[in-house]
Design a protein around this ligand. Structure first.
Ligand code: ADE
Length: 229
């Protein structure tokens, strides 16, 4: 999978994909992340990419031209499955969307700044608008990092058996069960007996039960298929 990220702050995204699972995904050739500095593609002087909004009001808006130039430059090279705009008024991101995106070949992610981007870009280029939660970040970069990380680990072949995404929270519509490691007795706090019983069937049943309990307590909406509770 190839992800092209359009940003005015590429420095902010240099580190997140160079560690741990994202680093492995890239090393295995399963994920490519390309950062594009929007200022390198503006026809305006001094790297200008934003301007005052028509109609007045506080806050700058990202101009359509630099974005259109860069998007079309990328589109000349390959066909994109999705052009995503990170924005707090987008569709709330969840594991289902992450799964869907992980099967795409080429994706562009646009990180917004200031008051957002000129709406004509949203109307004519953007195919998907994503919010990572009901709060406002200073820009779309950190939100894009969240999406790339969650998608990257789902690309077939990135995770091995040990880190399999099959057992992640949300993957089966439920929260993950509690986990424990050594020592079995820490300060007198003991690991549940079943987990050291050596009976995989009992362990599976216990995990399922704990998953259900946790989900019912913390996110009951998930059990009713209502993810956006
Ligand atoms: N940009 C600013 N806030 C955001 C959010 N909550 N989700 C996605 N992009 C954003």
């Amino acid at each position: 999978m190839r992800i092209d990220i359009i940003t005015v702050l590429p420095e902010l995204l240099e580190s997140p994909f160079n560690h741990s699972i994202m680093k492995r995904a890239k090393a295995k050739g399963l994920l490519e992340v390309h950062l594009h500095n929007l200022r390198d593609h503006t026809p305006y002087k001094q790297g200008q990419v934003d301007d005052y909004q028509f109609g007045g009001g506080a806050g700058m808006v990202m101009m359509p031209e630099p974005l259109a130039i860069l998007i079309e430059l990328l589109q000349k090279e390959r066909r994109y499955d999705e052009i995503i705009f990170m924005t707090p008024d987008g569709k709330l991101y969840d594991q289902k969307t992450s799964n869907t995106l992980s099967l795409k070949e080429n994706v562009i992610i646009i990180c917004g700044h200031y008051k957002g981007i000129d709406d004509r870009i949203r109307q004519h280029f953007v195919t998907m608008e994503i919010s990572i939660g009901d709060y406002v970040l200073s820009g779309g970069e950190l939100a894009a990092a969240v999406v790339v990380d969650s998608v990257g680990r789902l690309i077939p072949g990135v995770l091995n058996d040990e880190t399999s995404a099959l057992f992640d929270s949300f993957q089966d519509g439920m929260l993950a069960p509690p986990v424990y490691t050594r020592p079995a007795d820490f300060r007198g706090w003991k690991v549940p007996e079943i987990l050291i019983s050596g009976d995989p069937k009992k362990v599976d049943a216990w995990r399922h039960e704990e998953s259900l309990k946790r989900t019912a307590e913390r996110r009951p909406g998930l059990l009713n298929d209502d993810v956006q509770e």
